[in-house]
Ligand binder design. Structure first.
Ligand SMILES: NC(=O)c1ccc[n+]([C@@H]2O[C@H](COP(=O)([O-])OP(=O)(O)OC[C@H]3O[C@@H](n4cnc5c(N)ncnc54)[C@H](O)[C@@H]3O)[C@@H](O)[C@H]2O)c1
Length: 364
């Protein structure tokens, strides 16, 4: 087991990375002070069916009530109704200020459970038990929340977990499209911060259906370290943290305009990164070799922009992005690999760039 540390202005917490952590939850949680009075495990149906019993069994050692609440899977479930139902359940079960919420699942559950924890009785403790590759990103950093029909992640709070227990063996049951989705955030971390890591990924990872355990472990640790470093410097996204949104301005627009859950988060981000790379080359004096990176991304079978979406509609959704001010879109672009910057881009420039991008990148 390896431990990384996240240090923000409000909290310091460990990220444990290992295997079979689910069997050791009680001793890990017993270290929390003040002692936990009850536990609520939140999960989705797929993950719940696979791992809930094990989690409950493992928490018996606490000798405190353990409750479980399961919501349907998919990003459409990061919703007001599931948020409300989770809070109702927590109140009915009598969770108090020393209770603990455990997020057992991917980024959807992590964001939802974190938001429930961050707002229940003005904030109680929670732990992330990420079960997807993507959640190496979402479980770290304390952004929690739900989607609004008008925009992705539009309602939420910053609420850091007490700890993140990343058990790599969870990924054994993860379907390939979800591995691909999570790998997009790994690529993002490399592109925004670490050219050597990008070269490693390019040279060492060619088949996502068969990533050897030692390489998987390496890329997870690398991705988490990059995320932790950025979050440590700018917990509340006053500046630097915005670079983590590379690929997300168009990505979020694609997710909300397609209907949440229609396209995976990572697939949408992969499209968004290709667009951001194209724009970086159009607007900057760069040596990015955009086409080369873009072709490498495509090699993993990331999809193209869904055929029903056009440039005007996507621009409209991008203007609602949280980085936008007074309706002006701010894009995260790259000067070079590892050198991101944020730039306000005029609507007409964006619209033309989107049209150009869609000419080559739209689903046939
Ligand atoms: N908070 C943040 O900083 C942050 C960062 C990035 C992404 N996100 C959010 O994360 C979400 C996407 O996360 P995700 O890709 O993990 O999606 P997800 O949680 O919806 O999981 C994807 C699918 O995989 C299934 N699944 C999860 N773990 C499994 C396992 N071990 N075995 C089998 N099936 C499993 C789930 O049931 C679901 O169907 C989005 O809502 C996105 O906005 C948040």
């Amino acid at each position: 087991m390896e431990t990384l540390h996240v240090q923000t202005d409000t909290k310091q917490y460990p990220v444990l990375i290992g295997n079979k952590i689910i069997t050791d939850l009680s001793p890990l949680i017993e270290e929390l002070k003040p002692a936990v009075t009850s536990v609520l495990i939140l999960s989705d149906e797929t993950v719940g069916a696979l791992y809930m019993d094990k989690a409950v069994e493992s928490l018996k050692g606490l000798n405190q009530p353990v409750h479980t609440f399961v919501v349907p899977g998919g990003d459409g479930e990061k919703s007001f109704s599931n948020y409300y139902n989770s809070l109702t359940f927590a109140l009915e079960k009598g969770l108090d200020r020393n209770s603990l919420i455990v997020a057992l699942g991917g980024g959807m559950i992590g964001d939802l459970a974190g938001f429930v924890a961050g707002t229940y009785m003005r904030g109680i403790r929670f732990i992330q038990l990420p079960t997807t590759l993507l959640a190496h990103d979402s479980a770290v950093g304390g952004k929690t929340g739900i989607n609004h029909p008008l925009g992705k992640n539009m309602v939420g709070v910053f609420h850091q977990p007490e700890a993140v227990f990343y058990s790599i063996d969870f990924l054994d049951s993860l379907p390939l499209p979800e591995i691909r989705s999570g790998f997009a955030e790994v690529i993002k971390h490399a592109l925004i911060q670490d050219e050597e890591f990008y070269d490693y990924l390019k040279g060492e990872i060619s088949d996502l259906s068969d990533i050897p355990p030692e390489k998987l472990s390496y890329i997870l640790k690398k991705g988490i370290s990059i995320k932790a470093k950025v979050v440590s410097q700018d917990e509340k996204e006053k500046g630097l943290r915005a670079i983590l949104n590379f690929g997300h301005t168009l990505g979020h627009a694609i997710e909300s305009e397609s209907g949440y859950g229609t396209i995976s988060h990572g697939d949408a981000v992969a499209i968004g990164m290709r667009f951001a790379l194209q724009l970086s080359e159009e607007l900057g004096d760069t040596n990015l070799h955009y086409k080369e990176i873009s072709n490498w991304l495509k090699h993993f079978n990331y999809p193209s922009v869904p055929s029903k979406l056009d440039a005007e509609r996507l621009l409209g959704a991008m203007k609602r992005d949280k980085k936008s001010t007074s309706g002006r879109v701010k894009m995260v672009l790259l000067e070079a690999i590892g050198q991101p910057y944020v730039k306000e881009v005029e609507d007409c420039t964006l619209l033309n760039a989107l049209k150009k991008f869609l000419m080559t990148d739209k689903e046939k």
